[in-house]
Design a protein around this ligand. Structure first.
Ligand code: DLL
Length: 440
């Protein structure tokens, strides 16, 4: 592709010299620290480190004086401990799974929402999206940012957005055909599922569709899987990374060259650390991505430990953007599972089991593929007393566990009740999770 053909939303910022990006980062970081000082959560933590004003950050290297923030910290600060503006200024809340029943929430002012949408629009334009696109968003609408977060960005770009949300594949296909959808947003596993549905459909051929691009993310996937989806659907597939704590999708995004994900460095400061020593790794080495958000007034987030493992790509991108790229993610440093794009912590499942009467000592969480999608099964040993009880009581326990888990993790598990002592007991640390899915 010629340099002239490269799409930008804001070329001056996207191709700004490194010194300019760093100046923007320093200015914004000082503002974020000043905002953080106003919050009940960060106030005392920053004071402890001798930081009493944004001006205490003299250079970008001073970021290392700031504390890390973790998902557990967000739980501690739930619901409003990180609020830096009067509550009346908040116009939107999003949330993601916490490690227990307490979710991690973010709040946004109207200005924050505009910035988040602009970041998403910038990402979409980098991938070649335009205002002429007809975009069907197949990610769940609600607290999850893949729905509304993406939607507002696509609208900001000026595209026609069809908010079909997740699931209901036959209706997805009907809309794709009837509206001439050119771009879709879905998890990688759903894209494969969609392809299988197109193959099976008797009243639809691939040539009936105008589809040219898919944006995919929310769960790990390999380059091979991208190729497979591209080949099957005959489209370009772009990797998009984000997390609700950082405003959702579009934090890092592939440009038309699709060789790694640009991080928008005027909106985020990235660090890659060794998760054991918490020290920075050498440039180009794999480590945990740590992010500081620079574009949010309502809720500052300093040095957030994403738990996602990646590395910085050192070669410049032919697109001319100066915002550095990171490689496809290789895993996480914690035990979070991503099941059909939904984050699930084993501790959330355990929390439900511990509360229930009649549940025994052992359980096993199994994640496997059922067709192209993921399936979650929880095998639960019950107590000898419960086992001796009426089948109706046992069925009622199964139903309760199923509905309580569905309420907490938003996906519907299969519950298999097991007799006492029937699950394997491992020596040492119990093995509670079996992820039987092929490696992404
Ligand atoms: O998954 C936001 C999102 C929506 C991203 C739509 C992309 C597209 P959370 O539910 O908070 O937010 O989950 C964030 O999902 O820490 C990663 O572990 C994983 N993840 C997200 N995108 C990717 C990706 C949304 N492209 C968590 N590759 C993150 C690998 C991803 N993992």
């Amino acid at each position: 592709m010629s340099a002239r053909g490269i799409p930008y939303r804001d070329k001056a910022v996207e191709t700004a010299p490194r010194e300019v990006i760093e100046w923007m980062q320093l200015t914004a970081l000082r503002k974020q620290v000043a905002a953080a000082l106003k919050t009940p959560f960060y106030g005392p933590r920053l004071a402890e480190r001798g930081i009493s004003s944004g001006e205490d950050i003299k250079t970008l290297a001073d970021i290392r004086k700031l504390p890390f923030t973790t998902k557990n910290d967000l739980r501690e600060a739930y619901p409003f401990g990180l609020l830096a503006v009067p509550k009346e200024e908040v116009v939107r809340v999003h949330a993601s799974s916490g490690t227990t029943g307490t979710p991690t929430v973010i709040y946004l002012t109207q200005h924050d929402l505009d910035m988040a949408s602009d970041t998403m629009a910038r990402s979409l334009q980098a991938a070649g999206g335009t205002k002429d696109d007809i975009i069907q968003n197949m990610m769940t609408y609600g607290l999850f940012t893949g729905g509304l977060g993406f939607h507002y960005g696509a609208e900001k770009m000026g595209a026609m957005v069809i908010p079909t949300s997740a699931g209901n594949t036959l209706r997805q296909l009907k809309f794709m055909k009837d509206f001439g959808t050119t771009m879709i947003h879905a998890t990688p596993s759903y894209l494969l599922h969609l392809h299988a549905a197109i193959e099976e459909a008797t009243d639809l051929k691939r040539s009936d569709l105008k589809l040219r691009k898919a944006i995919t993310g929310a769960e790990p996937h390999s380059e091979e899987l991208r190729q497979k989806i591209q080949d099957k659907l005959g489209i370009e597939v772009y990797n998009c990374y984000g997390m609700s704590e950082l405003n959702g999708p579009g934090v890092a995004f592939e440009c038309v060259f699709r060789t790694g994900l640009h991080i928008w460095e005027d909106r985020y400061i990235m660090e890659i650390i060794n998760p054991d020593t918490l020290e920075p790794v050498a440039e180009g080495e794999t480590g945990e991505l740590v992010m500081t958000i620079l574009c949010r007034d309502a809720m500052p987030l300093l040095r957030y430990r994403t738990r996602d493992l990646t590395r910085i790509l050192l070669d410049p991108c032919p697109c001319g953007r100066t915002h550095r790229r990171i490689a496809r993610f290789t895993g996480r440093t914690d035990d979070m599972l991503i099941i059909n794009g939904v984050n699930v912590f084993p501790s959330q499942i355990e929390e439900v089991l511990l509360k229930a009467k009649g549940v025994g000592a052992n359980y096993l969480i199994i994640v496997e593929k059922a067709g192209d999608l993921d399936r979650l099964t929880v095998q639960v040993e019950i107590t000898p007393e419960m086992f001796a009880d009426d089948a109706r009581v046992i069925n009622a326990l199964r139903d309760t566990l199923k509905s309580e888990m569905t309420a907490l993790i938003t996906i519907n598990p299969h519950i298999e009740i097991k007799q006492p002592g029937s699950l394997p007991v491992s020596e040492g640390k119990a093995k509670r999770v079996e992820d039987r899915r092929p490696k992404a």
